[in-house]
Ligand binder design. Sequence first.
Ligand code: NAP
Length: 518
Amino acid sequence: MRQLDSFVCGGRHAGGAPQATLFNPTTDEPLATVSSAGIDFRAVVAHARTHGVPGLAALTFAQRGGLVEQLSKLVHGAREELIELSIQNAGTTRGDAKFDIDGAIGTLAAYARYGAELGERKFLYDGAGVQLGRTARFWGEHVLTPRAGVAVHINAFNFPAWNMMEKAACALLAGVPVIEKPGTSTALTAWRIAELVFQSKLLPEGAFQFISGSVGDLLDHLGGQDGLAFTGSAATAAKLRGHANLVRHNVRVNFEADSLNSAVFAPDLEAGSDTYNLFLANVALDMTQKTGQKCTAVRRIFVPRERVAEIEAELRGSLAAIKVGDPSDSTTRMGPLASAAQLADVRAGIARLAAAARTACGGAAPIRDKGCFVAPTLLVADDAHADVFHAEEVFGPVATILPYDGSASSAAALVARGGGSLVTSVYSNEQEFLEQAALGIAPWSGRVWLGSDKMAEQSLAPGMVLPAMVHGGPGRAGGGEELGGLRGLAFYLQRTALQGFKGVIAPESFAAKAAAAR
Ligand code: NAP
């Protein structure tokens, strides 16, 4: 069985006992062990600070973008191998594995382009300068410089490739070294990427370290220039948020947590219209892609009460057509959940929802003797206001149809009951409905996706996170923000107000001198 090393302090570290075991969730066969026991986490942080910080700070945005481009090519070069590892360790179908790995490749490529656009600069101006004195001689500017610290990235199990590389892309382009920690149960894909990065020697020493297993006392060694970006459950986020050392040193933190995402079906939609069909296709896709283990998957489906029976029948039909089984079989559309722990959580969550709703299809019962399989499960509630639908994230192929009165304001109020979401999709061909719903939902959702006939043909499903658009959400969704083009660099940069003689600090002089001094 493989032992997944960590890549720290310039070398490989094979952890001692105790070990955690990674399994194939299709066959229950053990695949690999991980352990970070024996790692000196103080030394890991020091290595990043001593080597990674100056190594990256010496480069311009364009040069760092060049490195990010090479990382994209490196992952692309191993694409087939990574897909295979994902099928084995995460139970993904080939399509779902590509979703993760191509997401990593594409996001790296996008940030490489942003680096090229920023050019041969080592810092950025933020917004326009302002006159502070009687005349323009006393002037103010804001500049953004790379923080002189390390970024710790704690990632969720569901997107081992994308989650690690979307965070790394932003940090490395900004000029900040990273320490990556994948979710353990599916770490094999992330580990292989880290091994490739380590072997390639592409990056400056100390710019990319990787921990297999627990982070031990790593967070105790972070200081005021460092950052922690976390993706995972709200429960773990809550624990980390109160970490004494992070609080003491005001370590910068960004949390991406769980989310009860919604799809809103407006009353104007006619059966068979482009938007109607798009709604059905997207909801079925979002429920079952990656076996519903997607932070952006739809959990709550709001349908006008008089249309519930019709939509239930349509979705039941779509879900029945999805073949569940061995993900290495090319005809399979949905594989198992990623681990036995996930299976236990999802079955318990379905049971809690089913206590307040009718099960239209699927359910908590096992569907195979071996592996972590569960059926696509659609529930239908009579009372959309019951707390359980707005509090319980069942992280699997599970969603509930909730009736509403058909008004945009009611839909927005129900979406808000989720306490903050990553994405909400609204389907309508009425401008007024879309506008009211979007503005009512916006404070409660990091992304609002508006489906209508005019964009149906070109649209990408709401569950897809794009590097150009912000990812994150308020409240329960963690309150964080990632990606969004150059906005994604903000977490890793320090904004500083410069005040002085305009001739010294304005871009035409200061930046020109800084560039000349390079
Ligand atoms: P999780 O159990 O909270 O774990 C997330 C990460 O935190 C893992 O790497 C885990 O390591 C680590 N971790 C757990 N306890 C820790 C502690 N005390 N100190 C330091 N690290 C700790 O979540 P998950 O089960 O991997 O992921 C599923 C959840 O993530 C879902 O709720 C989903 O909605 C959410 N998610 C959110 C987003 C988003 O962008 N908002 C994206 C994807 C997933 P181990 O694996 O070693 O325990």
